[in-house]
Design a protein around this ligand. Structure first.
Ligand code: 2AM
Ligand code: CA
Length: 266
Protein backbone atom coordinates (compact mmCIF):
# COMPACT_ATOMS: atom_id res chain seq x y z
CA UNK A 1 0.00 0.00 0.00
CA UNK A 2 1.19 3.51 -0.78
CA UNK A 3 2.72 5.28 2.24
CA UNK A 4 0.21 8.14 1.92
CA UNK A 5 -2.67 5.66 1.97
CA UNK A 6 -1.21 3.95 5.02
CA UNK A 7 -1.18 7.25 6.88
CA UNK A 8 -4.69 8.07 5.69
CA UNK A 9 -5.94 4.69 6.90
CA UNK A 10 -4.42 5.27 10.35
CA UNK A 11 -6.03 8.71 10.50
CA UNK A 12 -9.43 7.41 9.36
CA UNK A 13 -9.37 4.54 11.86
CA UNK A 14 -8.42 6.89 14.68
CA UNK A 15 -11.33 9.19 13.77
CA UNK A 16 -13.64 6.19 13.40
CA UNK A 17 -12.72 4.91 16.86
CA UNK A 18 -13.43 8.31 18.34
CA UNK A 19 -16.80 8.49 16.57
CA UNK A 20 -17.74 5.05 17.92
CA UNK A 21 -16.63 5.92 21.46
CA UNK A 22 -18.95 8.92 21.46
CA UNK A 23 -21.82 7.08 19.80
CA UNK A 24 -23.49 5.82 22.96
CA UNK A 25 -23.10 9.15 24.63
CA UNK A 26 -24.87 10.93 21.77
CA UNK A 27 -27.78 8.57 22.08
CA UNK A 28 -28.02 8.97 25.82
CA UNK A 29 -28.09 12.73 25.70
CA UNK A 30 -31.61 13.46 26.84
CA UNK A 31 -31.25 17.10 25.98
CA UNK A 32 -32.87 19.15 23.26
CA UNK A 33 -31.95 18.38 19.68
CA UNK A 34 -29.90 21.58 19.79
CA UNK A 35 -27.82 20.14 22.61
CA UNK A 36 -27.38 16.95 20.66
CA UNK A 37 -26.46 18.89 17.55
CA UNK A 38 -23.80 20.78 19.44
CA UNK A 39 -22.44 17.56 20.83
CA UNK A 40 -22.23 16.02 17.36
CA UNK A 41 -20.53 19.13 16.05
CA UNK A 42 -17.98 18.55 18.77
CA UNK A 43 -17.49 14.94 17.64
CA UNK A 44 -16.98 16.24 14.08
CA UNK A 45 -14.39 18.72 15.27
CA UNK A 46 -12.51 16.24 17.42
CA UNK A 47 -12.48 13.67 14.65
CA UNK A 48 -11.08 16.23 12.23
CA UNK A 49 -8.44 17.32 14.76
CA UNK A 50 -7.41 13.66 15.24
CA UNK A 51 -7.09 13.18 11.47
CA UNK A 52 -5.00 16.32 11.01
CA UNK A 53 -2.81 15.41 13.97
CA UNK A 54 -2.14 11.92 12.59
CA UNK A 55 -1.29 13.17 9.11
CA UNK A 56 0.89 16.03 10.37
CA UNK A 57 3.12 13.66 12.30
CA UNK A 58 4.20 12.05 9.03
CA UNK A 59 3.62 14.89 6.58
CA UNK A 60 4.20 18.19 8.40
CA UNK A 61 4.30 20.19 5.16
CA UNK A 62 0.90 19.09 3.85
CA UNK A 63 -2.13 21.37 3.86
CA UNK A 64 -5.76 20.61 4.69
CA UNK A 65 -9.25 21.40 3.50
CA UNK A 66 -11.57 20.16 6.21
CA UNK A 67 -15.32 20.44 6.62
CA UNK A 68 -14.79 21.76 10.15
CA UNK A 69 -11.60 23.81 9.91
CA UNK A 70 -11.63 24.99 6.29
CA UNK A 71 -8.49 25.55 4.23
CA UNK A 72 -5.09 25.69 5.94
CA UNK A 73 -1.47 25.55 4.82
CA UNK A 74 -0.10 24.08 1.60
CA UNK A 75 -2.54 24.35 -1.30
CA UNK A 76 -0.47 22.20 -3.65
CA UNK A 77 -0.27 19.01 -1.57
CA UNK A 78 -3.25 18.83 0.75
CA UNK A 79 -5.89 16.58 2.28
CA UNK A 80 -9.63 16.98 1.79
CA UNK A 81 -11.35 15.79 4.96
CA UNK A 82 -14.89 14.90 5.89
CA UNK A 83 -14.42 13.70 9.47
CA UNK A 84 -18.00 12.42 9.80
CA UNK A 85 -20.08 12.15 6.65
CA UNK A 86 -23.69 11.38 7.52
CA UNK A 87 -23.93 13.52 10.63
CA UNK A 88 -27.73 13.44 10.64
CA UNK A 89 -27.64 9.63 10.61
CA UNK A 90 -25.10 9.61 13.43
CA UNK A 91 -27.33 11.88 15.48
CA UNK A 92 -30.21 9.43 15.04
CA UNK A 93 -28.06 6.32 15.54
CA UNK A 94 -28.93 5.31 11.97
CA UNK A 95 -25.89 3.19 11.10
CA UNK A 96 -24.75 4.82 7.86
CA UNK A 97 -21.89 7.25 8.29
CA UNK A 98 -18.19 7.31 7.50
CA UNK A 99 -14.88 9.12 7.53
CA UNK A 100 -13.73 10.33 4.11
CA UNK A 101 -10.17 11.44 3.26
CA UNK A 102 -8.62 12.36 -0.06
CA UNK A 103 -5.10 13.44 -0.91
CA UNK A 104 -4.88 16.09 -3.59
CA UNK A 105 -1.70 17.02 -5.47
CA UNK A 106 -1.67 20.02 -7.83
CA UNK A 107 -5.41 19.81 -8.36
CA UNK A 108 -5.48 16.03 -8.93
CA UNK A 109 -7.00 13.63 -6.43
CA UNK A 110 -4.33 10.97 -5.95
CA UNK A 111 -5.63 8.82 -3.09
CA UNK A 112 -8.92 8.25 -1.32
CA UNK A 113 -9.89 6.45 1.89
CA UNK A 114 -13.43 5.92 3.14
CA UNK A 115 -13.90 4.14 6.46
CA UNK A 116 -17.22 2.94 7.85
CA UNK A 117 -16.68 2.52 11.61
CA UNK A 118 -19.95 0.61 12.11
CA UNK A 119 -19.15 -2.20 9.67
CA UNK A 120 -15.40 -1.52 9.88
CA UNK A 121 -15.28 -1.66 6.10
CA UNK A 122 -12.33 0.16 4.61
CA UNK A 123 -12.46 1.44 1.03
CA UNK A 124 -9.23 2.68 -0.56
CA UNK A 125 -8.18 3.92 -4.00
CA UNK A 126 -5.09 5.36 -5.63
CA UNK A 127 -5.08 7.02 -9.03
CA UNK A 128 -4.11 4.53 -11.72
CA UNK A 129 -3.92 1.67 -9.23
CA UNK A 130 -7.52 0.62 -8.71
CA UNK A 131 -9.86 0.54 -5.73
CA UNK A 132 -10.11 -1.93 -2.84
CA UNK A 133 -12.47 -2.96 -0.10
CA UNK A 134 -10.53 -4.36 2.86
CA UNK A 135 -7.58 -4.95 0.53
CA UNK A 136 -9.54 -6.80 -2.16
CA UNK A 137 -10.01 -5.24 -5.57
CA UNK A 138 -13.50 -3.87 -6.25
CA UNK A 139 -15.31 -3.15 -9.52
CA UNK A 140 -18.44 -1.19 -10.35
CA UNK A 141 -21.42 -3.31 -11.33
CA UNK A 142 -21.65 -4.65 -14.85
CA UNK A 143 -25.27 -3.59 -15.32
CA UNK A 144 -25.95 -2.64 -18.91
CA UNK A 145 -28.52 0.11 -18.36
CA UNK A 146 -31.21 1.46 -16.07
CA UNK A 147 -33.43 -1.60 -16.14
CA UNK A 148 -33.02 -3.35 -12.82
CA UNK A 149 -30.56 -0.72 -11.59
CA UNK A 150 -30.39 0.33 -7.95
CA UNK A 151 -29.62 4.05 -7.76
CA UNK A 152 -28.49 6.10 -4.76
CA UNK A 153 -29.25 9.76 -4.24
CA UNK A 154 -29.52 12.44 -1.59
CA UNK A 155 -32.32 14.97 -1.18
CA UNK A 156 -31.49 18.66 -1.53
CA UNK A 157 -31.02 20.29 1.87
CA UNK A 158 -29.29 23.64 1.56
CA UNK A 159 -31.65 26.53 2.17
CA UNK A 160 -31.49 28.81 -0.80
CA UNK A 161 -30.35 26.64 -3.71
CA UNK A 162 -32.65 23.71 -3.15
CA UNK A 163 -33.48 23.26 -6.87
CA UNK A 164 -36.39 21.26 -5.54
CA UNK A 165 -38.53 21.32 -8.68
CA UNK A 166 -35.69 20.09 -10.85
CA UNK A 167 -34.78 17.47 -8.26
CA UNK A 168 -38.35 16.16 -8.03
CA UNK A 169 -38.44 15.88 -11.83
CA UNK A 170 -35.24 13.82 -11.68
CA UNK A 171 -36.64 11.66 -8.90
CA UNK A 172 -39.82 10.95 -10.87
CA UNK A 173 -37.80 9.93 -13.94
CA UNK A 174 -35.45 7.66 -11.99
CA UNK A 175 -38.28 6.02 -9.99
CA UNK A 176 -40.02 5.15 -13.22
CA UNK A 177 -37.01 3.71 -15.04
CA UNK A 178 -35.07 1.75 -12.41
CA UNK A 179 -35.42 -1.02 -9.83
CA UNK A 180 -35.35 1.49 -7.03
CA UNK A 181 -33.75 4.36 -5.22
CA UNK A 182 -31.87 4.37 -1.91
CA UNK A 183 -31.36 7.54 0.09
CA UNK A 184 -28.91 6.47 2.75
CA UNK A 185 -27.65 9.86 3.98
CA UNK A 186 -23.88 9.64 3.56
CA UNK A 187 -22.80 10.71 0.09
CA UNK A 188 -19.21 9.54 0.58
CA UNK A 189 -20.31 6.04 1.60
CA UNK A 190 -22.84 5.93 -1.25
CA UNK A 191 -20.03 6.63 -3.71
CA UNK A 192 -17.93 3.86 -2.15
CA UNK A 193 -20.95 1.56 -2.59
CA UNK A 194 -21.09 2.46 -6.29
CA UNK A 195 -17.39 1.60 -6.55
CA UNK A 196 -18.10 -1.76 -4.88
CA UNK A 197 -21.02 -2.50 -7.24
CA UNK A 198 -23.62 -2.38 -4.45
CA UNK A 199 -25.31 0.57 -6.12
CA UNK A 200 -25.33 0.86 -9.93
CA UNK A 201 -25.33 4.65 -9.90
CA UNK A 202 -25.67 7.77 -7.75
CA UNK A 203 -26.54 11.41 -8.19
CA UNK A 204 -26.92 14.39 -5.89
CA UNK A 205 -26.87 18.16 -6.17
CA UNK A 206 -25.40 20.83 -3.89
CA UNK A 207 -22.66 18.82 -2.18
CA UNK A 208 -19.20 20.01 -1.07
CA UNK A 209 -15.82 18.79 -2.23
CA UNK A 210 -15.18 16.87 1.02
CA UNK A 211 -18.32 14.79 0.41
CA UNK A 212 -17.09 13.79 -3.05
CA UNK A 213 -13.30 13.82 -3.34
CA UNK A 214 -12.45 10.31 -2.11
CA UNK A 215 -15.57 8.58 -3.43
CA UNK A 216 -15.29 9.98 -6.95
CA UNK A 217 -11.72 8.67 -7.29
CA UNK A 218 -12.93 5.33 -5.96
CA UNK A 219 -15.62 5.00 -8.63
CA UNK A 220 -13.18 5.83 -11.43
CA UNK A 221 -10.59 3.43 -10.11
CA UNK A 222 -13.26 0.74 -9.88
CA UNK A 223 -13.97 1.18 -13.59
CA UNK A 224 -16.90 3.57 -13.33
CA UNK A 225 -17.59 7.07 -14.59
CA UNK A 226 -18.08 10.30 -12.67
CA UNK A 227 -19.14 13.72 -13.92
CA UNK A 228 -21.34 16.62 -12.96
CA UNK A 229 -24.89 16.71 -14.28
CA UNK A 230 -23.81 18.24 -17.60
CA UNK A 231 -21.27 15.47 -18.18
CA UNK A 232 -18.25 17.68 -17.40
CA UNK A 233 -15.50 17.11 -14.85
CA UNK A 234 -16.50 20.06 -12.73
CA UNK A 235 -18.24 18.14 -9.91
CA UNK A 236 -15.87 19.10 -7.09
CA UNK A 237 -16.53 22.79 -7.78
CA UNK A 238 -20.24 22.57 -8.64
CA UNK A 239 -21.07 19.98 -5.96
CA UNK A 240 -23.40 18.28 -8.44
CA UNK A 241 -22.39 14.71 -9.12
CA UNK A 242 -23.43 11.80 -11.27
CA UNK A 243 -21.55 8.51 -10.97
CA UNK A 244 -21.98 4.90 -11.91
CA UNK A 245 -20.87 1.97 -13.94
CA UNK A 246 -20.20 3.22 -17.49
CA UNK A 247 -23.51 2.28 -19.09
CA UNK A 248 -25.58 3.31 -16.10
CA UNK A 249 -23.73 6.63 -15.99
CA UNK A 250 -24.49 7.26 -19.66
CA UNK A 251 -28.14 6.27 -19.30
CA UNK A 252 -28.63 8.26 -16.09
CA UNK A 253 -27.02 11.31 -17.67
CA UNK A 254 -29.46 11.12 -20.55
CA UNK A 255 -32.43 10.55 -18.25
CA UNK A 256 -31.60 13.50 -15.98
CA UNK A 257 -30.60 15.92 -18.76
CA UNK A 258 -34.09 17.36 -19.39
CA UNK A 259 -34.30 18.33 -15.70
CA UNK A 260 -30.94 20.09 -15.50
CA UNK A 261 -31.78 23.80 -15.42
CA UNK A 262 -29.43 26.65 -16.38
CA UNK A 263 -28.61 27.17 -12.69
CA UNK A 264 -27.41 23.57 -12.38
CA UNK A 265 -25.17 23.92 -15.43
CA UNK A 266 -22.71 26.23 -13.74
P1 2AM B 1 -22.48 15.59 6.34
O1 2AM B 1 -23.16 14.57 7.12
O2 2AM B 1 -20.98 15.53 6.42
O3 2AM B 1 -23.03 16.98 6.53
C1 2AM B 1 -26.43 13.69 2.30
O4 2AM B 1 -27.29 14.21 1.36
C2 2AM B 1 -25.07 14.33 2.19
O5 2AM B 1 -25.17 15.74 2.32
C3 2AM B 1 -24.17 13.87 3.29
O6 2AM B 1 -22.97 13.49 2.69
C4 2AM B 1 -24.04 15.04 4.24
O7 2AM B 1 -22.74 15.22 4.76
C5 2AM B 1 -24.35 16.23 3.37
N1 2AM B 1 -25.00 17.28 4.15
C6 2AM B 1 -24.46 18.48 4.48
N2 2AM B 1 -25.34 19.23 5.17
C7 2AM B 1 -26.47 18.49 5.31
C8 2AM B 1 -27.74 18.72 5.92
N3 2AM B 1 -28.03 19.87 6.53
N4 2AM B 1 -28.65 17.73 5.86
C9 2AM B 1 -28.38 16.56 5.23
N5 2AM B 1 -27.21 16.30 4.62
C10 2AM B 1 -26.25 17.24 4.65
CA1 CA C 1 -20.24 15.31 4.33
Amino acid sequence: MHALVNTAVSAARRAGDLIMRYRNRVHNLKVSSKGRNDFVTEVDQQAEAAIIDTIRRTYPAHGFLGEETGQQGNTEAYWIIDPLDGTTNYLHDFPMFCVSLAFCMRGQIEHGVIYDPMSQELFTASRGEGAQLDGRKIRVSNRRGLEGALIGTGFPFRGQDLHLDEYLGMLRAVITETAGIRRAGSAALDLAYVAAGRLDGFWEIGLKSWDLAAGSLMIREAGGMVSDLTGSDNYLESGNILGGSPRVHTALHKLLAPHVSEALRK
